[in-house]
Design a binder for this molecule. Structure first.
Ligand SMILES: Cc1cc2nc3c(=O)[nH]c(=O)nc-3n(C[C@H](O)[C@H](O)[C@H](O)COP(=O)(O)OP(=O)(O)OC[C@H]3O[C@@H](n4cnc5c(N)ncnc54)[C@H](O)[C@@H]3O)c2cc1C
Length: 421
């Protein structure tokens, strides 16, 4: 059935209910007294959100946004603050891993620079809030769109169509809508994959995150909230992001579980005691990608549909949440002035607001990965000297920690400062 509904008020259709699309949907619906008709479409809405066991580092600025949207309170007791960060530079066969850089995890007072949380918990909380706020959630894909003057006609996989002032493509790195809009994609592969899993361990991590820079890529151990057990004890857990040359990944994932555990222990170390896989390891091929433009006629790209970066600094989703905060602010400010939220000059503001931040973060993570994922002796000496110097300069360390927290930009959107739209 085809049902092109006339718009009674400005309508924004968001294609993709990943964490970026969900955050934008909620931010827009909570603004202007619910005056925007927000429709969020994603076939994945049919799945149980708790099924996603991956974990993410959510930087302080993004956490402030989730707090301003009323979501953080729903997940705070399941989020683990990162209280300390340790960085080492070594080879797999090195008997000890000398520490080159340490960070205490607080920015300004007692706010941790990041929290670890599972994607499932955060997605479920955002979905509940979207439902409660009145976002129209459709478990359908967006098939395509056609711009017709003052609106865009969005067609869904069930044959329905919707008129919208703006279509936001939050449909992930392989965005089919970006392609349909004819927006170019600059990208290169890293020949590395990120193996992610949750690891149970004997001893308390005490909120410490560890990143070992190894020649095949960074190996990160990220603390998760311990889980209370029926006998009153706590199950200690961490999430790993194990960057490995892609050619080695199939053999690792197909290895006997005990052999894989030995490989894990060689990287993880035994400081947290006995290890066990709590979730099945999953591998994600890593690449860099950025859209030539973040907007087209009545279309805006959001999150991974606009940019994909190396996970070395755990910033990919944080960039997507920053996009959501910026786009929500630009749209609501324009609508307060009576402007059309899908007009070209409104979308140009979004392009200008996000281009520098995204390019800088993309280049920084690309450069860090190239600098550390190798075993060339002169490069090792120079990078270790650099890390050692940073470790002795409190001002510079403070700058880096504020950068990781997403708190260095003076022009950060209001939501990232924890303010209402
Ligand atoms: C190994 C690894 C570790 C990472 N760790 C971190 C971290 O610690 N911190 C961090 O900030 N980032 C991290 N990232 C990056 C992060 O995973 C991504 O940036 C983030 O998940 C992207 O979210 P998104 O909402 O933009 O896209 P996605 O999560 O890809 O969501 C896209 C959604 O669009 C839907 N969709 C697709 N096509 C359509 C369509 N036609 N119509 C409607 N819906 C559609 C899909 O079903 C999906 O739900 C990591 C990445 C990797 C690979």
């Amino acid at each position: 059935m085809s049902a092109a509904t006339e718009m009674e008020r400005p309508r924004i259709v968001i294609a993709g209910g990943g964490l970026a699309g969900l955050s934008l949907s909620l931010a827009l619906k909570r603004a202007l007294d619910g005056g925007i008709d927000v429709v969020m479409c994603d076939p994945a809405l049919k799945r149980d959100p708790h099924g996603d066991k991956r974990s993410y580092a959510i930087a302080a600025a993004a956490r402030r946004m989730l707090e301003a949207l009323g979501v953080w309170g729903e997940v705070a007791d399941r989020a683990q603050p990162i209280l300390d960060m340790v960085i080492t530079d070594s080879r797999l066969q090195d008997p000890v891993r000398p520490t080159f850089l340490t960070f205490a995890g607080d920015v300004d007072g007692h706010e941790p620079f990041a929290h670890m949380i599972t994607a499932g918990d955060l997605t479920a909380a955002l979905l509940d809030s979207c439902r409660e706020a009145g976002v129209d959630l459709k478990a359908e894909g967006v098939k395509g769109f056609a711009v017709r003057g003052a609106h865009t006609e969005v067609s869904l996989t069930n044959g329905d169509s919707l008129q919208a002032s703006l279509l936001v493509a939050a449909d992930g790195a392989r965005s089919h809508l970006r392609e349909q809009a004819g927006i170019g994609w600059i990208s290169w592969p890293y020949k590395q994959s990120g193996i992610v899993a949750t690891i149970a361990h004997e001893r308390d991590h005490e909120g410490k995150a560890i990143e070992h820079f190894l020649p095949s890529g960074p190996f990160a151990i990220l603390p998760l909230k311990p889980e209370p057990q029926a006998d009153g004890s706590l199950k200690h857990r961490s999430s790993i992001v194990w960057t490995e040359r892609t050619e080695n990944v199939p053999a690792l994932l197909e290895a006997h579980p005990e052999d894989l555990l030995i490989e894990l222990e060689r990287r993880f170390g035994l400081q947290l005691g006995k290890l066990a896989f709590e979730t099945k390891p999953q591998a994600f091929p890593l690449s860099f990608g950025v859209a030539r433009s973040f907007v087209a006629e009545r279309l805006a790209l959001l999150g991974d549909a606009a940019h994909v970066i190396h996970p070395i600094a755990g910033q990919g989703l944080n960039l997507g949440l920053h996009d959501a905060a910026a786009l929500a602010e630009i749209i609501t400010d324009a609508m307060r002035l009576g402007m059309d939220p899908g007009a070209a000059d409104v979308l140009d503001q979004y392009e200008r607001a996000r281009r520098t931040d995204i390019t800088t973060m993309g280049m920084m993570t690309d450069g860090l990965n190239r600098l550390f994922s190798n075993d060339v002796l002169p490069v090792r000496l120079i990078r270790d000297l650099g890390l050692g110097l940073v470790d002795r300069m409190p001002g510079l360390k403070r700058f880096f920690i504020r950068e990781a927290a997403g708190l260095t930009s003076r022009e950060a959107p209001r939501l990232l400062r924890g303010e209402a739209l």
